[in-house]
Design a protein around this ligand. Sequence first.
Ligand code: FEO
Length: 387
Amino acid sequence: MNHITKDILYAGVNDHDIDLFEGQYIVPLGMAYNSYVILDEKIAVMDSVDKHFGEEWLGNLEEAFAGRTPDYLVVQHMEPDHSANIALFMEKYPGATVVASAKAFTMMKNFYGNEYADRRIVAAEGTELVLGNHVLQFIAAPMVHWPEVLMTYDRTDKVLFSADAFGKFGALDREDPEGWACEARRYYFGIVGKYGAQAQAVLKKASVLDIRVICPLHGPVLTEDLPYYLGLYNTWTTYGVETEGVAVFYTSVYGNTEKAVQILEEKLKKKGCPKVAVSDLARDDMAECVEDAFRYGKVVLATTTYNADIFPFMRTFIETLAEHGWRGRKVGLIENGSWAPTAAKVMKGLLENCKDTSFAETQVKILSAVTDENIAQIDALADEMLR
Ligand code: FEO
């Protein structure tokens, strides 16, 4: 068994069959649903796993229990990727008690028809659960990522069970060639991004704790260099700029808007832009594009006029950003339109839903193909984006 500390064991599972996580995110490296066992005079299990892995999870638990029976199932989060096997567990271990927030018990009844009225402890901010040597302290973490969420701090081993926070796409038996941050960022902004203020409030509560290990519900257990992970989360939850440079997002029907983007990319690089990240919204993963929009402080949007509106992928992109609370960025606009260009106006209108957006004065207007005049506009836009 995989020991995290002497008394805390990993009991989660890896999923390589999933097509889309939460019905929308591609996960080329699969997904992990983490669960943990704390062995003490009393035994606590931290969360269950996705419904397809109930038997495997019970097998992992049995191995961890080594002949003993568990006392508590702590349910930090009711999203079914973690709660699906509560009933299986409670049937197998009739002496066990469920520990969760009041809201979680309501959701338990709504999802699974049982709120374990006679086998439960209702926990809230500050509630403690003494297992023997280990004392668990619960921290309310509403909207990270649902309203019922609790995080749990093991005061004895100084371990933070962080629910969805500090999670990452990817199974634990696949090495991620890009390291932790890339898929953790895509996961954070896709799943929690809208609730930066709530996530920041929990980070503040966590900042007074002496944390040696972070055990999230997805992704690897974090044991070293915790200031690095906490620092990134601080940037992400405050909508700060993580990487200096310009992110460019475009759609192009016949390659003319794409050409303008290529010219802009070259000019930005020549003028010393530290990083230019270009994405084709019709072909690249939308969640990856969303995380890049949050990652950089300066963004250029280039699209065509389409049905007196904008190309659908650009509309979806801007609406997704607005939905996720995207804010505080400088935006440059490039529009294309063969007879009645309206794309820049439509984009500006949609961006009104994104707080504190500022716009570059230079707007590039292409009437079908890129002209010399457009090249001069693109040059001016590149200068402005670097200011
Ligand atoms: Fe991993 Fe919000 O569930």
